[in-house]
Structures are given as structure tokens and as C-alpha cells.
Design a binder for this molecule. Structure first.
Ligand code: GLU
Length: 336
């Protein structure tokens, strides 16, 4: 008799335990805040902490617009202002962000642990490249700077701490035979601070890697005479030969009113990345909605018009696509 009761009680406990397990193992169960690990892999991240750049850059405005369009009843994005690409990648590694927009060149350096990254960071994967970011060398007219080599001895902003700008500045200067540490007075500054310092004359030039027109520069140009400096064919050829991510880009008055004659430079690609801890289903849904909302995104932010699914994957380099993104691109016929 006792034994029967015990068995009955045990089976009730077992039944509850099984019920509970089914509930927590389900793939569509919202996990309020995933900190990585099994729960995060199985569930939906309800509030996706998203790393961007400074508020007067392009990442922040573009991602804010995209986030409004991509959110669903199950999840939304908390768009955060950050130092930029490097800070975003390291932030994903540290669990501070689950989604981010970064430069495709910098994410490859991070993934491989090269070009200044001490060790590979592999906790993230790609969702897709979205728009070109122009490597802009902006100088005050008063500085007289007309070429990269004119930067020798000048005070130059090279991007915020944690930005991707620093990588481009280093490489562009090197292609002109200048060392970023020895040959210029380098200043770490966000785009907004770079603009303020160009305006008050405390710096001569600033490197800006961002989608154009970049708000900080457009605003600056209303009060200060500035020029976009042509990198020159030789520097551009060297950059392209040495680094596979640079494409040639010609700035015109479409980029800024103050660009009267075409200015030759290079561009890389802004790319959405995601923590490997996000579920395949959620990343699939985000990727699908991203590409199927191109019109809405373009209405909310001009860079949407430059989104091209054909290069979304091919520009990712060695950084793998997240399984959820890969599933979508296969379905869309972008990859086999
Ligand atoms: N590309 C820049 C970076 O990685 C940020 C550009 C932006 O804020 O639009 O730091």
C-alpha cells in the first residue's frame, strides 16, 4: 500500500518535471534578458542591446530607424551610443550588447585577431553588410591641407576611443608614408567633438569613417569652411593592394554641398553583427525583415537606398554568417 502511494506521488512529480522541462526547452519562449548560455540559445532575446556609434554619426541614426521597423511583439532593440566598431565587437564579447553595426574591415581584424586585435574574437557572426561607409579626411580650409602627406606635423582627430576610424586613419597615413604615432599629433575624439575642435581651430583635420552625409560634418559646414581631402591615386592603390576591404569611392556634392569637385577616397561597408547566443529563429526573422523592409527603411533613413542584398554576404570576408541569416540568404537565393 505504502509503496503504491509512493509510486503515485513520484509519477506526479515526474509529470510536473517533464511539463516544466518542455516549457523551458521550447524555442519560442521569450527569455527576458539572455546572458549567454543554453537559455539564451533556446529563447528569444526580448530586449536586444544594440551597439552603434556616436549620436552625430550615421550608425546611431540608421540603426535607430531600422530598430523601429524590425521590432516585433516578441522583441525590441535598445539602441545605445558607443565608441564605434571596436567597442561594439568587444561589447558583444563581454555580453554588453547582443546586436551591433560595425565596419566590415574591423570585424575581420577582430575575428582573426590581427591588425591591432591581440586575440581573435569569435563570439559574433554576421547578419549582413548594409551600406558603404566613406573614409573621409575633413580639414579646415584655414589649415591649407590638400593631401594626406600635408598632415605631417598637424593635429588630427582619428576617431573616438573604440572606433573603427582609427584603423582607417592608421592605414591611410601609412600608405602616404606617415606614422600615426610619430608624424601627426593625434587626438581621440568622437565625430561631434572632432567637429567642435575643427570649428574652434584646435585641430587641423579629422578622419571620419561613416555613411555620408555624416551629421557632425554637415552641421560643422554650416559655420566653418572645411574641405574633403582627396587621398590621391597612389595612396588609394596602395590601400587597395594591401587591404581587401577598401573599394574606391568618389565624393561629390551629393555627399556634402561643400564638395565642389570630385574627391577620390575609399569606402568600407557598415555591417550588422549579432551574438552567437541569439537563436537561429530570431536571427532568421531579423534578417528576413531587414531585407524585406528596404522600402520602409529607406523612407526612414536615406542609407536604406544603398542596401544591396547581392553584396550583403560577399562583403563579410571571413566572418561567418549566423545560421539564422544563412538560412534566409539561402531561401532568398543569394547563396547556394
Ligand atoms: N565607422 C565608425 C566606427 O566604427 C562609426 C560610424 C558611424 O557612427 O556612423 O567607429
Amino acid at each position: 500500500m505504502m509503496k503504491k502511494k509512493l509510486i503515485a506521488a513520484l509519477s506526479v512529480i515526474l509529470a510536473f518535471a517533464m511539463l516544466f522541462c518542455t516549457a523551458c526547452g521550447g524555442n519560442d519562449n521569450p527569455a527576458p534578458e539572455a546572458e549567454g548560455g543554453d537559455a539564451a540559445q533556446a529563447g528569444t532575446i526580448a530586449k536586444i542591446k544594440t551597439g552603434t556609434g556616436s549620436t552625430t554619426g550615421t550608425y546611431y541614426a540608421f540603426t535607430t530607424a531600422v530598430a523601429q521597423i524590425l521590432k516585433t511583439d516578441a522583441y525590441s532593440f535598445e539602441v545605445l551610443s558607443t565608441g564605434g566598431s571596436q567597442a561594439n565587437i568587444e561589447g558583444i564579447e563581454d555580453g554588453d550588447y547582443q546586436f551591433a553595426i560595425v565596419q566590415n574591415d574591423v570585424m575581420n581584424y577582430a575575428f582573426k585577431g590581427t591588425n591591432g586585435f591581440e586575440a581573435p574574437i569569435t563570439d559574433f557572426s554576421a547578419v549582413g553588410c548594409v551600406y558603404p561607409e566613406v573614409c573621409q579626411l575633413i580639414a579646415t580650409e584655414a589649415s591649407g591641407i590638400k593631401s594626406v602627406s600635408d598632415l605631417k606635423g598637424k593635429t588630427v582627430a582619428v576617431g573616438d576611443v573604440g572606433s573603427g576610424v582609427y584603423y582607417n586613419a592608421t592605414q591611410i597615413l601609412a600608405a602616404a608614408g606617415l606614422d600615426i604615432d610619430a608624424d601627426i599629433k593625434k587626438v581621440a575624439a568622437s565625430f561631434g567633438d572632432s567637429a567642435t575642435q575643427l570649428k574652434d581651430g584646435s585641430i587641423d583635420a579629422a578622419f571620419i569613417t561613416a555613411g555620408t552625409p555624416t551629421t557632425a560634418i554637415t552641421e560643422l559646414a554650416t559655420s566653418t569652411k572645411v574641405v574633403a581631402v582627396d587621398l590621391g591615386d597612389e595612396v588609394i592603390a596602395k590601400l587597395k593592394a594591401e587591404y581587401p576591404f577598401y573599394a574606391e569611392y568618389t565624393m561629390t556634392d551629393k555627399d556634402y554641398d561643400f564638395v565642389k569637385d570630385p574627391v577620390k577616397t575609399v569606402a568600407i561597408m557598415a555591417t550588422f553583427i549579432v551574438t552567437n547566443d541569439m537563436s537561429e529563429d530570431q536571427v532568421y526573422e531579423i534578417t528576413k525583415k531587414l531585407w524585406e523592409s528596404k522600402e520602409d527603411i529607406t523612407a526612414a533613413h536615406a542609407k536604406g537606398s544603398e542596401m544591396d542584398i547581392k553584396i550583403a554576404v560577399s562583403s563579410c570576408g571571413d566572418v561567418p554568417l549566423h545560421a539564422g541569416a544563412e538560412k534566409y540568404y539561402k531561401e532568398a537565393g543569394v547563396i547556394a
